[in-house]
Design a protein around this ligand. Sequence first.
Ligand code: ZN
Length: 108
Amino acid sequence: MDDVRDDSVRDDLESERDRLRKQVEELAADSDEGLSFDGGHADSGQVAAERGEFTSLANSLREQLDDVEAALTALDEGRYGLCEVCGQAIAEARLEAMPATRRCIDHA
Ligand SMILES: [Zn+2]
């Protein structure tokens, strides 16, 4: 793996990480605001449903963020692009489509 490619992957992953972090923060802010604002007014079923949506969205963002951070760590440690299950190199096309993927196509 050459350095030029490493650098561009790192740039992509870092901007993706920043974007995800911002989304998580914004979501947390919205969630706090929404819950205190609705407190005592909206019926509890609606509040629970909204809270559920926030939670699943927040979880999905955190999972993506975890993947991106793991990929950056892997880059630092020189094992980026290796499947975490079988240790084989992940196909180039797959990495291009999903730079933060941790698994090869066989173990996706
Ligand atoms: Zn694999």
